[in-house]
Design a protein around this ligand. Structure first.
Ligand SMILES: [Zn+2]
Length: 599
């Protein structure tokens, strides 16, 4: 964060670019000024500050005879050790080599003379600066300081300003809010929190978890859907660190015993990153989860989610109906919302009114009216949906159907000419029928409005740079069906693990889908409230389960069998239990409990 923000402020301060700074801080006139600026300079790309500003720092360095590199220069570890990581991060500078009493320092902005002076003072050497492009600088930073957040936490542990707290580490109550406030405003601590967030964003994490335990404070990132432990900050920094996050998120720092919600907006390398923060009091302090909503990284295209052509064709037809109900099912974190966003942005047409009610609004969609649920003020899915219908919409997206009232309004509005999208917590697509009926919907009404059902799970995508073929382990082989065993022939693609994927062998995610088209026969059976196994027997002959969709992707070398099994395990468990129970009619209840377990 620090270097990204540093660079921003530095570039805005340059006279040449000051118009940009004005336009982002004010409205109207500033925008006109920028437009004029862009037309005169013509070559400036309209996009990020980083792209448009870089040439000017670079040009000015060249004029001043300061060398500029766009690749990581050769560097030596001993040189980097002369500068503490938190200073390196704060100043956007990494020492790369020593030449006698001179220290060569790679910098994001070599023209930041205050920074150069500070490095000179700290290291006691004459500084020779070189400029480095931001991506190369980041790489260098990682190479030299490893997980900088970890190193910084280590050095903070011995920081006098914060050490006083350690006496009271087992008695968080004893720390006054004022103390927390004071500690949370320490520059080093601010840097630590910024770094934790920076590394999370760089590492493509979707969430950051800070979990207090009796004698430790754990930090975990969720990357590609899996929690990865990070180096632990010292336990005695807990109150200050969590306090800092709460200040950033605009929460009440004195209140530590009730759950709170907050929001942080960060600028990172010229783009906006929204972070939703939630705290919950636990035995040993407040547990914090930060969800990173990186608007620029949202894949709004079903193709990039790995949806097969045949599935996409069915979904396209489903969402183009003039009215009806389309449901996407799966547990929390299965990518339901992303799929629906992809559909909504595909449907966007200025001649149609599209309204959503969401909890919360995760991504802003251009041209679509989005309403956040606000339980405190009495705006629930049901009340919101009722209000939306008076706004004359064509298409409505209800974040989730979870009670009788919402299901009732959703079905009635689908009957009266609206296209309604929503999500449900059920394990597989066809179980949603039973779930709707369980929530009080009349089977014949469900039958008349339901246009399609889609269930999905997310798995990890094999890193394309280190993909290789390997023998399938016995353990995995044992979990395959005889047919699957034949198709794989004992081998599959896996990621060996490389620098690009942090050794995990995976990079990015993809969906495993099952799509149910509601045929006339199926509609009839739904209207008669037939048991789920009968509904299943009426699915189209080309219907594939999520597991099968996943296995096809594993066969194609896009993901691994283990990922497919992991992601679709709950569905298989349910199917097993269902078979053992003897396939009784109406599995809605079982679907409900399983669905909840999945969340
Ligand atoms: Zn790799």
């Amino acid at each position: 964060m620090q270097n990204g923000m540093k660079q921003d402020s530095a570039t805005h301060a340059r006279p040449h670019e000051s118009m940009n700074g004005v336009s982002s801080a004010t409205t109207g006139l500033g925008g006109v000024a920028t437009a004029a600026l862009t037309t005169t300079t013509a070559v400036a790309p309209p996009n990020t500050a980083e792209v448009s500003n870089e040439p000017s720092v670079r040009e000015r360095c060249t004029l001043l005879g300061i060398p500029w590199h766009d690749k990581v220069p050769p560097s030596d570890a001993a040189a980097a050790e002369l500068l503490a990581p938190e200073i390196a991060v704060r100043l956007g500078a990494v020492p790369v080599s020593r030449e006698g009493n001179r220290l060569v320092v790679a910098m994001l902005d070599p023209l930041d003379t205050a920074a150069v002076d500070e490095i000179g003072a700290v290291t006691g050497r004459v500084i020779r600066r070189i400029g480095l492009d931001a991506p190369a600088f980041r790489e260098l930073m990682r190479d030299r300081y490893g997980t900088t957040a970890a190193r910084m936490a280590e050095s903070l542990a011995s920081d006098g300003g914060l050490a006083a707290v350690s006496d009271s580490e087992h008695n968080l109550d004893a720390i006054e809010a004022d103390d927390v406030h004071r500690m949370a405003e320490q520059p080093t601590l601010i840097n630590l929190v910024n770094l934790i967030l920076l590394e999370a964003v760089q590492g493509r994490a979707s969430d950051v978890h800070i979990e207090p335990f009796e004698s430790e404070l754990r930090v975990k990132y969720r990357i590609d859907g899996v929690l990865v432990s990070q180096p632990q900050p010292p336990k005695h920094l807990q109150a200050a660190l969590i306090g800092r996050v709460k200040i950033m998120a605009g929460m009440n720092i004195a209140e530590r015993y009730i759950p709170q919600d907050g929001h942080i907006t960060l600028r990172f390398e010229g783009r906006k990153v929204d972070i939703r923060v939630s705290t919950v009091p636990t035995l040993y302090g407040e547990s914090v989860v930060m969800r990173i909503l990186d608007k620029s990284s949202l894949p709004l295209d079903l193709v990039s989610l790995g949806m097969s052509d045949s599935h996409r064709a069915i979904v396209d037809r489903m969402i183009e109906k003039p009215h009806g109900l389309v449901l996407v099912t799966g547990p929390t974190g299965s990518g339901k919302t992303t799929t629906l966003y992809a559909s909504l942005s595909k449907l966007y047409d200025p001649r149609k009114k599209i309204i959503t009610i969401e909890d919360p609004v995760e991504y802003e969609l251009n041209g679509i009216n989005q309403i956040p649920v606000n339980a405190k003020r009495g705006l629930s899915f049901a009340t919101g949906l009722r209000a939306i219908l008076r706004q004359d919409p064509d298409i409505v997206f209800v974040g989730e159907i979870r009670d009788a009232e919402t299901v009732d309004i959703a079905i009635r509005s689908a009957l009266t000419g609206h296209l309604i999208f929503s999500t449900l917590h059920t394990n597989d697509a066809i179980s949603s029928v039973g779930r709707l009926v369980d929530m009080g919907a009349e089977p014949y009404l469900v039958a008349s409005v339901l246009e399609g059902l889609l269930a999905q799970r997310l798995g990890r995508r094999i890193c394309a740079l280190c993909r290789e073929e390997r023998r399938i382990t016995e353990e995995v082989e044992a979990r395959l069906t005889p047919d699957e065993r034949v198709r794989f022939g004992g081998r599959q693609s896996v990621g060996r693990g490389c620098e690009k994927c942090n050794g995990s062998g995976f990079r990015g995610r993809l969906g495993f889908y099952e799509v149910v088209r509601v045929s006339t026969a199926l509609r009839g059976a739904i209207a008669q409230n037939r048991p789920v196994h009968e509904l299943k027997s009426l699915l189209d002959s080309d219907f594939v389960t999520m597991r099968e969709d996943g296995m096809r992707k594993a066969l194609a070398g896009v993901t691994t069998i283990e990922e497919v099994l992991r992601a679709t395990q709950d569905v298989d468990d349910f199917a097993d239990a269902f078979t053992k129970q003897g396939a009784h009619a109406h599995d809605g209840k079982a679907g409900e409990s399983r669905g909840k377990k999945g969340t």
